[in-house]
Ligand binder design. Sequence first.
Ligand SMILES: [Mn+2]
Length: 355
Amino acid sequence: MIERYREGSARSAKNILSVIEKVKRDDEIILIFLHRSVDGDCVGSASGICSMIRSLGAEAYVAIPENLPYNMNFLGIDDLFFHPNGDSAMAEEFAASRTIGGRKIGAAIATDCSEGSRMGFCGDIFDSIENKIVIDHHASVTSRTDNLWIDPDASSASEMVFYVAQQISEITGMDMRDILTPNSAKAVLAGIVTDTGRFTFKNTRPETLEAAGQLIGLGGDISEVCYNLFDRKTKQKFLLSAKARSEVQFFCDDRFALTVVPYSQFVEYNAGPDGVDDVVSAMRDIDGVELAIVLRQLESGEIRGNIRSQEYFDCSRFAEGFGGGGHVRAAGFTVKDGDINAVAEEVIKRVKAEL
Ligand SMILES: [Mn+2]
């Protein structure tokens, strides 16, 4: 066991084992929650926890607030998900009685986020459940529960979940292969790969690679994961990304790069909301650029800002100014609706005051 994870992962493992005991005794179910705008890390960490709980004989589902992005379909983990807003019999039963298969929700586990406000429409369900466990690597936390493991230095929630699985293996004597199925090991690996930019970001530590190495041994195919999450793209996405890159503007002696993608461009290029996901890091990597921001408008009218910095700009604090959050070098925010150009002007003004 990696020393710096020993205490937190042991505490989380014990909390999880005790809720498993409780839900088995009371014939209840556990729901796992992740943040909206789902990404590899929230999906990977939630899937790992779900697989772990099922392996210990309790019933669990990942309550997902939106469809899995197409580039994560290769993970083959559909059986872990529960779509409370879907049109399945399960969703209908839940809407009518707040039960699944006749069982009440006995506990909630949040991974890669800690607050209902980050979970889209699943937030109300999360908030209504009394028994909560949180495993997260985002520093901005306001929720207060004893069952909280927050480690802002961890590369990803998925890395933390891997070490929780290892603790459960140590405590129960179960083999890691019986705790994480090959597909969920692949999902946890996908989470680490996502949040480390395939092991190139500064958050990549020896313990990150240790976890990744073991996950490959458990069935995670690293090249399949990297191809699907980073390299694979549709023609539409390729063209929209090129357009967004060609329209980048520079400010503050070229230290700040900004590009603005109105919804009309998503329509023109027939690309999905993830169509410019690869742009912000590419902008941040331009020589001399400290701060990169991509503003995009979604079909709902929402304006989403993605923020990346190179060395010193605090993205998390800047995002908080717009009601968002994240990490020091990578953060984001969402503005409910409004004029994307007006938001851009406000962003430029605030950056100029700070950078
Ligand atoms: Mn994460």
